[in-house]
Design a protein. Structure first.
Length: 236
């Protein structure tokens, strides 16, 4: 696949700072990353609906990961993405343009992850290499740790995802894994939807609780809406 790395960041924005944060992210941060780093070819922001269903961890960063999820997709390895984004940030900081990072929000969890596997629903035209670039309305994010048992992962790959694809509103799925040097970090599953959650998140949760062998220990699962051009906005 073209993609080698997906950078994910969960962000918590302070009350009263959402408009400033969205303006900065939409008009400054994302354009500079695309324009200044040649291997970043796609990014997207997702927003959690205030009353959306969430399965939260008891403690740690996924006990309250905030209101937003960012994704950046790159053709480079995670180490190169880390370096180039840090260099760009220093360049912008020298211009006084990194204030919102500390003023408006905090990153509750972020990681540059390997794209381990992509799946595309055969009911749609796009391949797994491109499905996340096509139109979608929402995404269901699952974060967890695999058990030391390969049977569940094989079941998810061969049975679990194809079963979810029987619902044509689920267009694609992606498995992201941490870098070898950060093996204690969790996996992330992304499931792309053509509609708002509408019960699909429950089916995805049931899939993670099914299958043979030792199942994953889930830290977090939630449905987000794709936020284009700053819309929709739920927070002030």
């Amino acid at each position: 696949m073209k993609t080698r790395t997906a950078f994910l960041a969960f962000l918590s924005v302070l009350p009263g700072r959402h408009d400033d944060f969205l303006d900065w992210h939409e008009l400054d941060h994302r354009p500079e990353n695309h324009g200044g780093i040649g291997h970043i070819f796609h990014s997207e922001r997702f927003v959690l609906t205030p009353r959306g269903r969430r399965e939260l961890a008891a403690e740690g960063p996924f006990a309250d990961p905030g209101q937003y999820l960012m994704t950046y997709w790159s053709t480079a390895e995670p180490e190169q993405v880390t370096y180039d984004m840090a260099v760009l940030r220093e360049q912008l900081a020298a211009q006084g343009r990194c204030g919102p990072i500390n003023r408006d929000f905090r990153a509750t969890w972020r990681h540059r992850m390997h794209l381990a596997k992509g799946y595309a629903n055969p009911a749609h035209a796009a391949s797994a290499e491109a499905a996340f670039l096509t139109n979608h309305t929402a995404i269901v994010v699952t974060v967890g740790h695999y058990a030391d048992d390969p049977r569940w992962m094989a079941w998810y790959d061969r049975t679990g995802v194809p079963a979810l694809f029987r619902d044509e509103r689920v267009t694609a799925a992606y498995t992201l894994m941490p870098q070898v040097t950060a093996a204690a970090e969790p996996f992330v599953h992304l499931h792309y939807l053509t509609v708002a959650d509408d019960g699909i998140g429950k089916a995805i949760a049931e899939a993670h609780a099914s299958g043979p062998g030792a199942r994953p220990r889930l830290l977090y699962q939630a449905a987000y809406l794709a936020q284009h051009g700053g819309q929709p906005r739920f927070y002030t």
